[in-house]
Design a protein around this ligand. Structure first.
Ligand SMILES: [Zn+2]
Length: 276
């Protein structure tokens, strides 16, 4: 395993989000994970951290992963709901150059292409990139720390359920920032421990605690981390002005708003602008 700064901090018992050193422990035997919980910011840290590269080298993200996680199912429906996510984002930014980081089999890239974005995907899995190319999408092999694009390329980066896969948070965010244009946006969705299911069941909410996740974020920790990494939060409108004539889009928005307002959603959604 590489020993670059974030890893050293985690191994040394220093919280990468708030520099706290006061932790409690939790284990989820069904998943084989032991977790340190930071008292300062409620960041949950996997005590056997891996880099996404190590995991990929070990074959974690080969074709079987995408099937096991169900990423190959309901392709058409995912293209529609990912289109809805973009429609909401378009209240902040008109379609431009777009990169889905951790694009898996390409449903988000496909949705972006159909909505007129200059759409690209990157994934650590060569199998996934090959699947994207077979459907005519532009995709490259790369992880969050090594994206095969020049500086200042993209207007929007999409990062859904990806940041938690690599222990090297700061290095990932620096690389993401590099390929974003000044003023570009990062759409971020990560597992969040502030939701009701986790607060109620904690370690007994077994399906939440994947052993290949390095972090489970609190809202506070994600805001600490992104703020320190050179991003400013931009409020994503709950409804916005675009596309409200489509009843299915309205239903999706309403369902999403209720899930978030009642903290039943087990993830946090935020949008960040690259600070100059
Ligand atoms: Zn902390």
């Amino acid at each position: 395993m590489s020993t670059i700064p974030t890893v050293r901090r985690v191994v040394a018992g220093v919280c990468p989000s708030c520099d706290g050193t006061d932790f409690s422990a939790m284990s989820v035997p069904e998943r084989g994970v032991t977790i340190a919980i930071c008292a300062g910011c409620n960041l949950y840290i996997n005590l056997r951290p891996t880099t996404a590269t190590d995991a990929a080298d070990a074959g974690v993200y080969d074709a079987g992963y995408h099937q096991q996680m169900g990423y190959d199912a309901e392709d058409a429906r995912k293209i529609v709901t990912n289109g809805y996510r973009l429609q909401l984002l378009e209240n902040l930014r008109a379609p431009g150059a777009f990169l889905d980081v951790g694009c898996s089999l390409g449903t988000f890239v496909e949705a972006a292409r159909r909505r007129g974005w200059d759409a690209h995907g990157a994934d650590i899995s060569a199998d996934a990139v090959e699947a994207c190319r077979r459907r005519g999408l532009r995709a490259t092999v790369g992880d969050m720390r090594h994206l095969d694009y020049p500086d200042n390329t993209f207007d929007v980066l999409n990062l859904r359920h990806v940041l938690e896969h690599d222990v090297q948070l700061w290095e990932c965010l620096a690389e993401l920032r590099r390929v974003l244009k000044p003023g570009g946006l990062l759409y971020l969705e990560v597992p969040c421990v502030d939701c009701i299911p986790v607060r109620r069941k904690h370690e007994r909410y077994v399906k939440f605690w994947h052993d290949f996740h390095c972090y489970w974020f609190s809202k506070q920790s994600i805001r600490n981390i992104l703020g320190q990494a050179g991003f400013t939060e931009r409020p994503l409108p709950r409804f916005g002005r675009r596309g409200l004539a489509n009843p299915r889009y309205l239903l999706w928005l309403a369902h999403r708003a209720v899930m978030q307002a009642t903290e039943r959603a087990t993830y946090d959604v935020s949008v960040w602008e690259k600070t100059a």
